[in-house]
Design a protein around this ligand. Structure first.
Ligand code: UD1
Ligand code: CA
Length: 453
């Protein structure tokens, strides 16, 4: 029979060490709040219910935690008296009676369902408390797992630890599983006689043992268990996240020449055989189809690049950019809310905003869609197989028909029908021999200025 499970997520901490105007669990990893990553992992652990313990910025955190279809109950921990006290804020949920309780932290952003399931397995095998530990060369700040004769006998917080205990490199991730039928009794026995005067959840180890309970530990990869107390640790978590996702993508068939320089968002989708050159940054909402090429130094957000399309180098795709098959957006071009049709080319120094560019159209260097009048945004519609001469300004709202030809340097303020040629610039004047005259005059002026010998 399936065991029932309540997941308690602690996210009430004051985040003092983060030195921030907002709770640390709201800080993003891969452009998504940490708490959302955690809820995602918990939701994959076959749980029956989620209790989210909130304190600072409760409303914002509850909102950021709403991902997918997981139903979340929120509990307020009014005073921050420690992790043991925090779990008891969800007393009502725990008292409903579950076979398993898992406790996890809102700031352990890279956790996956694997260790949570392993800890539950420990309960199923008869443990009353199963602590998830990890090995690290940088144990500073973490509680240490003290093991004797193969049993977990205690978790010692850094500030309460002796020098010998501090040398231990097996650390408490903070995540654990507790026998759901015994949890309330064990939790109520936690006191606050320690260096911080807090109710430490970690005391559960000694408490469970003192009443004859069985306590074990399971090991998890360090990368998944890294907690976030300050900005330096936030950067480490970001790095780990990026490394993990790039690796997954490369294994799935994406080519990255210098993966360590490519930055992905939590929802970046890249198809097989796409090529990502060095120094490319993906903001949220980017989808790159199979075989597309993203050249170096491009920034892509809220955009879709179809198969066989080419972007960059030095291109910026903003939300609503949609590049069809075989289209090209080249160096120093920006596309925002713009559809670039099949095989269309926007090769150099161009801004396409609130616009549609038809299939096969060529947009010359330096073309600007003037979409903003200082108050409102307007649309530019360009048909198929049109030619927009270099350095043209298309003042929206305006439409340019199929096969139309815009002369270079034009300022286009009125619609151009299909097949027409539009010239919107001063007519060229020609003055024969005038250049020679101008040069002679200039030389004469220069000669007059020279001091006489
Ligand atoms: C805790 C563990 C430590 C472990 C480390 C892993 C204890 C006593 N210590 O230390 O052994 O190695 O996590 O990262 O458990 N929180 C609340 N209410 C509170 C206090 C904390 O909700 O009153 C939440 C925080 O938001 C955070 C989590 O609990 O998500 C951990 O709190 P934090 O203060 O970061 O604990 P550490 O001192 O790092
Ligand atoms: Ca912590």
């Amino acid at each position: 029979m399936e065991r029932t499970c309540l997941a308690v997520i602690l996210a009430a901490g004051d985040s003092t060490r983060m030195k921030s105007s907002k709770s640390k669990v709201l800080h993003p990893v891969a452009n998504r709040p940490m708490i959302a990553h955690v809820v995602d992992a918990v939701a994959k652990s076959d749980i029956s219910a989620v209790a989210l313990v909130l304190g600072r910025d409760a409303e914002e955190v509850a909102k950021a935690a709403q991902v997918g279809s997981v139903k979340i109950e929120t509990y307020l921990q009014k005073e921050r008296l420690g992790t043991g006290h925090a779990v008891l804020a969800a007393r009502e949920a725990i008292a409903r009676g579950y076979d398993d309780i898992i406790v996890t932290y809102g700031d352990v952003a890279l956790q996956t369902e694997g260790p949570l399931k392993a800890a539950r397995q420990g309960l199923a095998e008869g443990s009353d408390v199963v602590v998830i530990g990890f090995h690290t060369d940088r144990p500073t700040g973490y509680g240490r797992l003290l093991v004797k004769d193969g049993e977990l006998i205690a978790i010692r917080e850094e500030r309460d630890a002796s020098d010998a205990e501090r040398a231990v490199k097996w650390c408490n991730s903070g995540l654990m599983a507790i026998n759901g039928r015994k949890a309330l009794d064990l939790l109520s026995r936690i006191g606050n006689a320690n260096a911080k005067g807090e109710y430490y959840l970690t005391d559960l180890v000694e408490i469970a043992r003192s009443v004859g309970g069985r306590v074990t530990a399971v090991d998890a990869p360090e990368i998944e268990m890294t907690g976030c107390n300050n900005r330096a640790e936030l950067a480490v978590i970001e790095r780990f996240w990026q490394e993990r996702r790039r690796h997954e993508m490369m294994i799935a068939g994406v080519t990255m020449i210098a993966p360590e320089t490519v930055f992905l968002s939590y929802d970046t989708v890249i198809g097989q055989d796409a090529l990502i050159e060095p120094n490319v940054v993906f903001g949220p909402g980017a989808t790159i189809d199979s075989g597309a090429i993203i050249h170096a130094f491009s920034h892509i957000e809220g955009a879709h690049v179809s198969a066989g399309a080419t972007v960059g180098p030095f291109a910026r795709l903003r939300p609503g950019a949609d590049l069809a098959n075989g289209s090209k957006v080249g160096n120093f071009c920006e596309v925002k809310n713009g559809k670039i049709g099949e095989g269309a080319k926007v090769n150099h120094l161009t801004y396409i905003g609130d616009a549609t560019v038809g299939a096969g159209t060529n947009i010359g260097a330096g073309t600007i869609t003037c979409n903003y009048d200082g108050v409102n945004k307007h649309e530019t519609l360009i048909g198929a197989n049109a030619f927009i001469g270099s350095n043209s300004s298309l003042v929206a709202p305006v439409s340019i028909g199929d096969n139309a030809y815009i002369a270079s340097g034009s300022v286009i303020t009125a619609d151009v029908p299909a097949d027409a040629l539009a010239l919107g610039r001063a007519r060229q004047e020609l003055k024969p021999d005038r250049a020679t005259l101008l040069r002679e005059r200039a030389l004469a002026i220069k000669a007059a200025k020279k001091p006489k010998a």
